[in-house]
Write a protein that binds this ligand. Structure first.
Ligand code: HMG
Ligand code: MG
Length: 302
């Protein structure tokens, strides 16, 4: 089996993680989390989203958070922008990358962004064009590529369709998301294969929520297909407000432990990453949702 020598992880904890918290997380804590992630060696951080504060009040401090970050050279900061209004607001924050987010499921598209898949693509097209004209890289998140909380199983043809649409409007990279974590390796493989009809493997990433404990297995099967970029979330933070019951992304700590154990480089210092996870988990009043972090913390205390 051929594995990549290096893997790029995007920590989406500050966005995907904290968008889902019931309690108010102050901007200063979000900023500190970003600082701790970059000092642990993360080179890609998904910081926040420029969405409607009525829909996702947790991200209403987007501009404040972006303004408060002491940017580290070599680190890229991305934000979600669902429409032109979001992009306009985001531009002032000078993100390195923006993310448009669509879904392979019609019902999820309606619940999450209040429009059909076709309408979402119409909305994204000018966002992609304006971002690229401003020299900002454009990523597309594709939700519900294996299962949907409203429609159940999602056929690979739906992923094929969405990936083709994303490509047609100039989205440069797509993330294959298992929003509710129901994917198992062969289903994830089929969703990736559908995506790879439209995108080069270097322009595809995996975004796996760990609700059913399948995310590491899904990561491994993706690696075997040559995928080398993944969204992960420190301390396993997160979920989606429009996917009730879904837990966070696979914990960055767990993925780093697996990759380092396989001799794959990430550039991340696992101990410092564990500390970043402890920082945010203590603020939230719980233990890090990472098996690797738990084990390493137990070892430290003995
Ligand atoms: P809408 O209500 O259809 O939008 O929402 P609208 O254009 O009719 O505007 C309605 C109001 O929202 C107006 O304000 C607009 O100004 C405002 P009002 O006149 O009523 O005072 N508005 C905005 N405000 C701030 N920023 C904006 C913006 N746009 C409109 N960008 C909309 C459509 C897309 C805005 C809404 O549905 C929305 O914000 N949805 C966001 C949902 C979301 O953030 N979900 C979580 C992220 S996706 C995710 O987690 C999945 C992912 O991790 C991958 C995976 O795991 O699957 C990425
Ligand atoms: Mg997600």
């Amino acid at each position: 089996m051929n594995y990549p020598a290096r893997v790029k992880l995007v920590d989406v904890g500050p966005r995907d993680g904290l968008q889902n918290e019931q309690q108010q997380v102050p901007a200063s804590v979000k900023i500190e989390l970003v600082h701790r992630l970059q000092s642990a060696g993360l080179k890609e951080i998904e910081v926040t989203s420029f969405v409607s504060p009525k829909w996702v009040p947790q991200m209403a401090d987007n501009a404040q958070v972006m303004a408060g970050i002491a940017r580290q050279p070599g680190v890229r900061y991305s934000v979600l922008t669902p429409n032109l209004q979001g992009l306009q607001a985001a531009l002032a924050s000078r993100p390195d990358e923006i993310v448009v987010f669509g879904a392979a499921s019609e019902a999820f598209s309606q619940k999450n962004i209040n429009c059909s898949i076709a309408q979402s693509i119409e909305r994204f097209a000018p966002v992609v064009e304006a971002a690229r004209a401003a020299g900002i890289y454009v990523r597309g998140a594709m939700s519900c590529t294996v299962g949907c909380p409203y429609e159940g199983d999602i056929a690979p043809q739906r992923v094929d369709y969405l990936a083709g649409l994303m490509k047609s409007i100039g989205v440069q990279h797509v993330g294959v998301a298992d929003t509710i974590g129901v994917g198992t390796p062969l289903k994830v493989q089929r969703a990736l294969e559908a995506t790879l009809k439209h995108y080069n493997v270097n322009d595809v990433s995996g975004h796996f929520h760990d609700t059913y404990g399948q995310a590491l297995a899904n990561t491994l099967v993706s690696l075997q297909m040559g995928v080398w970029q993944f969204d992960t979330s420190v301390a396993g933070l997160g979920g989606c407000p429009y996917a009730k019951g879904a837990t966070g992304n696979v914990a960055t700590e767990d993925v780093v432990f697996m990759l380092h154990g396989m001799g794959i480089d990430t550039g991340i210092d696992l101990d410092r990453l564990v500390d970043a996870g402890v920082f945010i988990s203590e603020f939230l009043g719980r233990k890090p949702g990472s098996r690797a972090a738990t084990a390493l913390l137990n070892k430290r205390h003995h």
